[in-house]
Design a protein around this ligand. Structure first.
Ligand SMILES: NC(=O)c1ccc[n+]([C@@H]2O[C@H](COP(=O)([O-])OP(=O)(O)OC[C@H]3O[C@@H](n4cnc5c(N)ncnc54)[C@H](O)[C@@H]3O)[C@@H](O)[C@H]2O)c1
Length: 365
């Protein structure tokens, strides 16, 4: 099948890591019209299994073998956090465009090195902060940028999950060697802080707060040090104040990213679990704005793939991110594409969160 005209037409895609996210990346690459060329994972056997399950032409025994395949043009890094630096650096050194999962790296130094290496090699390097690709997130951003919302006064943002609620729940993310010194914030707070800054167009400048590791022992990890939750107060360059609450131990919350911005003219609230409406709060006449081409801005409509009333959500947002990454790799100018600099920004904020947790009072970001 030829995919002429689609963003990924003619692109050979490689993926490093064959787990949960590889499936979402592979699906999005296919929708963009790319070719699933090769996949490598933690062993030749697991690579072969994942390659077959996801429809790749080949499973490779190692990253080196995958990068030796010259039919691969772009590589997606979908491995555990602490391996991103090594894997993304190898992709960049091979001259390929790269999509690297968040958190871009587990230290600011590594995230900086990757960002600089991608710029020096002149490759397209993006990070899946995919919540940016919900049409109504673009709508909210547009309303702040146009001045319709007024001056941003306060931000209340939270990202809550419950999949690590008990000490029986375990994953490589709780191991600081693989997941990083920060867990909840690096894992999901990175999405949250990216969205706050993306929608407001503002920057967090100071942070105060605390992190908590409620479960220091889990099923297969005896000494867990990275946090289950983080509660923060922030100040922005534009003079707003806000709160960020991030938790992976909040019963009943599966993937509840919620962002509420109060401007001097109106409020905006977006809930990732209900992405088809945006609450517009007014002293009189609050409304729930639906995703609807007739009522939304051009920048929102660009990401609307189904008519109003036909729900779309996370998979469509992910596909839009991958399609835009491929368009950028082709040389198109893409507004709002999260690049390595944005991954670095999240790493810098994550570092500030860890410093704030040890400090009495504010730390600068
Ligand atoms: N953008 C998003 O919305 C989003 C959502 C979930 C996860 N993620 C990120 O995706 C990344 C992967 O998470 P996941 O949930 O898919 O994890 P996972 O455990 O399901 O998959 C990780 C894969 O990496 C493989 N792997 C481990 N060591 C390797 C090595 N040395 N070389 C090659 N492969 C190796 C494992 O075998 C596994 O197949 C994480 O960084 C995570 O933060 C992003």
């Amino acid at each position: 099948m030829t995919a002429v005209g689609l963003p990924g037409a003619g692109l050979g895609v490689g993926i490093i890591g064959g787990g949960f996210m590889a499936r979402m990346h592979a699906r999005s690459a296919l929708l963009a019209g790319a070719r699933l060329a090769g996949l490598s994972s933690s062993s030749p056997e697991s690579a072969a299994r994942a390659a077959q399950a996801l429809g790749f032409e080949r499973g490779y025994g190692s990253v080196e073998e995958l990068l030796a395949d010259r039919t691969i043009d772009v590589v997606h890094v979908c491995t555990p956090n602490a391996l991103h630096a090594e894997h993304a650096a190898a992709v960049i050194a091979s001259g390929r465009d790269v999509v690297c999962e968040k958190p871009l790296a587990t230290t600011v130094a590594d995230a900086t090195a990757l960002t600089e290496a991608a710029a020096a090699a002149n490759v397209t390097a993006t990070v899946p902060f995919v919540y940016r690709f919900h049409p109504l997130v673009r709508e909210a951003r547009e309303r702040v940028a146009s001045g319709e919302t007024g001056r941003v006064l306060t931000v209340a943002a939270s990202y809550l999950q419950d999949w690590l609620l008990t000490s029986e729940d375990d994953n490589w993310r709780v191991d600081a060697e693989l997941g990083g010194a920060s867990r909840a914030f690096a894992d999901i707070g990175s999405h949250l802080v990216d969205l706050v800054e993306f929608v407001t167009g503002d920057r967090i400048t100071r942070i105060a707060g605390r992190t908590r590791t409620f479960f220091t022992e889990r099923a297969q990890h005896a000494q867990v040090t990275n946090e289950d939750a983080a509660a923060l107060v922030v100040e922005t360059a534009g003079g707003a104040v806000g709160t960020l609450l991030v938790s992976q131990v909040a019963p009943g919350r599966k993937n509840r990213l919620h962002l509420e911005i109060a401007g001097s003219a109106s409020s905006l609230a977006f809930d990732q679990e209900h992405p088809e409406t945006l609450w517009i709060g007014r002293r009189a006449g609050s409304v729930l704005l639906p995703r609807d081409a007739d009522q939304n801005s051009e920048s929102a409509n660009r990401y609307s793939v189904a008519p109003a009333g036909h729900p779309q959500g996370y998979p469509e947002a992910f596909a839009a991110f991958v399609a835009d990454s491929y368009l950028a790799a082709r040389g198109d100018q893409i507004d709002g594409l999260p690049r390595f600099a944005d991954g670095l920004r999240a790493a810098i904020v994550t570092d500030a969160v860890l410093r704030a947790a040890q400090a009495d009072g504010w730390v600068d970001v």
